[in-house]
Design a protein around this ligand. Sequence first.
Ligand SMILES: [Zn+2]
Length: 449
Amino acid sequence: MTGLILKSTRVATPAGLVPAAIEINAGRIVAIHDHSARPPGLALIDHGDLLIMPGAVDVHVHLNEPGRTEWEGFATGTMAASAGGVTTVADMPLNSSPVTTTVEALNAKRAAASEGQLRVDVILHGGLVAGSAGEVGHLAREGVAAIKAFMCHSGIDEFPAAGPEDLRAAMRVLASLGLPLLAHAELVTPVDGAIDDPRSHAAWEASRPESFEVEAIALLIDLCRETRCPVHIVHLAAASALPMLAAARAEGLPITVETCPHYLAFCSESVPHGATLYKCAPPLRGAANREALWAALADGTIDLVASDHSPCPPAMKCLDTGDFFRAWGGIAGLELLLPATLSMALRRGIGISRVVEWLCTRPAVLAGLPQKGAIVAGGDADLAVVDTAAPWTVTSSLLHHRHTTTPYEGLQLDCRVIETWLRGHRIWHDQAPVGSPRGRLLTRRDNRI
Ligand SMILES: [Zn+2]
């Protein structure tokens, strides 16, 4: 393979946004040159003033294969990722069937994730369920990125919640291996009062109050303090949990926090009656809460943004009845993670370098992928070329998920992914895939196993 130069006046490097020429060879970034450099013998692609940033690393994606491929699948999910500038996805241990809680199930998923259908790189998370703590060491040694547990019903019966003793036992093992526990942090208890209108998002929100998240996170902080296991709070929705998380971090506990673009884009007050496309768990919360999440991203209490891409067949969203209590809880946002988060951040005056930390650098660290998430010499040449002044309106027909109905329909964005590069190959260009799938199945690199 011969070398190549990609240049732009706006390249997002760890030193900030700079004019630069990126030299690529054999899939890796070889060097970052001055913008004017033209090393002899190399092909040159000049992207003008378009933003070149690292490909995004989405650490929270449900691709649901094997077993529920009709919900998404590796082929369609990684196609959508490539369209959205995401070059690595970490696949959750559910809602595939079998769920990925044993090495045998991990091997079944590896077989399903045959490289001929991966358009971006994929790493797999393992799962912890009630009674399975004895498996997590085996999964860790197989190179899973992290271990995911639910502290409440997961939505599918074959992935039961882990109780405090399951968590404690698993966290002791994970602490010794340096692998993070990913926790769906809601402790669900019965809520007083009958549901008077199941088509009301306010009723759905009231059934899962912020206190569920706060109580679960308090328990996780205690277990983290006891075991020193790295803990990652997935999809934080409740801003009222932020002070305790900030205090835990100030104490030196190894806790990281993620939120999702839907909690940053939408708020409960503006969900139309019966609009179950907006259903997720934890639920969307109010506008003031949304502003507090943005502030926590800005001050670093929240580390990163991941999609929690959680698709299902449209019939499961109960769009006909609009019943929030029967609809599947989950929003498919993989393809919009980068353009939506970047568009919203830029409108708020937040710098591109911060967004790169949230979408690329920190997720790569969490997943144990030191070769990903930054434009540095020696790293994989995974890049997104983005026009940050290209207004467009989200329309389901433009998306590439298997099921494209979306609560983002009609949302105005300013940023559009023009090209996506995976290990030195252009895989997406001009709103279409390029070439055959080149994605690989990755394993975690930096654990101390
Ligand atoms: Zn999820």
